[in-house]
Design a protein around this ligand. Structure first.
Ligand SMILES: C[S@@+](CC[C@H](N)C(=O)[O-])C[C@H]1O[C@@H](n2cnc3c(N)ncnc32)[C@H](O)[C@@H]1O
Length: 345
């Protein structure tokens, strides 16, 4: 019998990145984060999984290896949050702000997986005029990994969203990773992603009140007949009046001049465009609105935009749910990377 490929997810959040690897047939053997809410969601959706709530800036990879009796793992995945790297000369140095990245490197050094996948914000590649990128490449090279990196756009891989992430993939034993080519099919639009979800709330656990209108929706409903996390936000009258003046795909520029600066940020009063993939969804800052309803997307709609299937349920407060969804790597983009990698493992 063929053995499942295994992975450890560092900074796992609710597990968007993990889910992509699971969809590609890998098995999570440990997922670590310091945020309890996200770990509850992670575990709820994967009753067999093992999660650890720990601060990765201080956690010892040796200690964790011993405690969990992990002999080997095929891949380490994760996205260490970077609060701006500090560099000295051409190196990322040992410093408070670099601790989470260094922790990821240390885990790779101790567990020595066959491969690692590290994702981050796209501008990590230009930080310090490229010194951060070069330093990352050389840190992993000195551990014996051949590293490739690229900025990927989620909508190239069947995700109805234009989110971009920088991805580093390292392989031991001199193998070279090729990033997945963009899928040829048309980009999935916001309409295809959301149009079966109604304007009003649906009580958690209800069956779908509508039929599907796209192949993407059929995919999202796979193995599922109950809907969760579709509770709408009821905005105040003024907000509803203002957003109702913004057309599908429009923004504050469509408002009368005196209303344009009613919110300080430029991304305010933006509506999704029903004919295009969504822009990068935020973590619930209430600036981006549905393409036709006068409200922000529900957590379920945000999850659809991120390519979480409907059977994936988000736990804890609504604010926390938005943050869990917004933080995640789109599962379908992660799946494309995981499948490409599988051929080499
Ligand atoms: C961008 S999110 C990860 C999203 C995740 N990869 C996904 O696809 O769902 C970053 C995560 O790092 C976690 N984090 C931040 N600082 C941490 C620390 N010191 N120790 C452990 N986890 C930390 C946060 O709680 C957050 O869940």
């Amino acid at each position: 019998m063929e053995k499942d490929l295994t992975f450890i997810d560092l900074f796992c959040g609710c597990g968007g990145l993990s889910l992509g690897f699971e969809m590609a047939g890998y098995k999570s053997i440990l997922a670590i984060d310091c945020w309890k809410d996200a770990l509850e969601t992670y575990a709820y959706n994967r009753p067999e999984s093992r999660t650890l709530c720990a601060d990765l800036s201080t956690a010892s990879p040796d200690g964790i290896k011993a405690k969990y009796g992990i002999q080997s793992v095929d891949v380490i995945i994760g996205g260490p949050p970077c609060q701006g790297f500090s560099i000295a000369g051409k190196r990322i140095i040992e410093d408070e702000r670099n601790k989470l990245y260094k922790s990821f490197v240390n885990f790779v050094g101790i567990f020595r997986p066959k491969a690692f996948v590290m994702e981050n914000v796209p501008n990590i590649l230009s930080m310090g005029n490229g010194v951060v990128k070069e330093s990352i490449l050389s840190d992993f090279k000195s551990l014996g990994y051949e590293v490739r990196h690229q900025v990927l756009t989620a909508s190239d891989y069947g995700v109805p969203q234009n989110r971009k992430r920088a991805v580093f993939v390292g392989l031991a034993q001199g193998k070279m990773f090729e990033f997945p080519k963009p899928f040829k099919s048309e980009r999935i639009t916001s309409f295809e992603a959301l149009s079966d979800l109604p304007e009003q709330s649906i009580a958690d656990g209800s069956t779908y009140p509508t039929i599907t209108k796209s192949d993407y929706q059929i995919w999202a409903r796979t193995d599922n007949n109950q809907i969760f996390n579709h509770e709408i936000t009821v905005h105040n009258q003024r907000t509803v009046e203002i957003i109702s003046m913004v057309p599908d795909g429009g923004n504050y520029k469509n408002l009368p001049v005196d209303l344009q600066s009613t919110r300080k940020v430029h991304i305010a009063w933006t509506r999704l465009n029903s004919n295009k993939p969504s822009f990068t969804i935020d973590c619930g800052h209430r600036h981006h609105f549905h393409y036709c309803y006068n409200r922000i997307p529900t957590v379920r709609e945000a999850a659809r935009i991120q390519s979480f299937p409907d059977k994936f349920v988000f736990l804890k407060s609504r604010t926390s749910q938005y943050k869990q969804v917004g933080n995640a790597v789109p599962p379908l983009m992660a799946k494309a990377i995981a499948e490409q990698l599988k051929d080499l493992l």
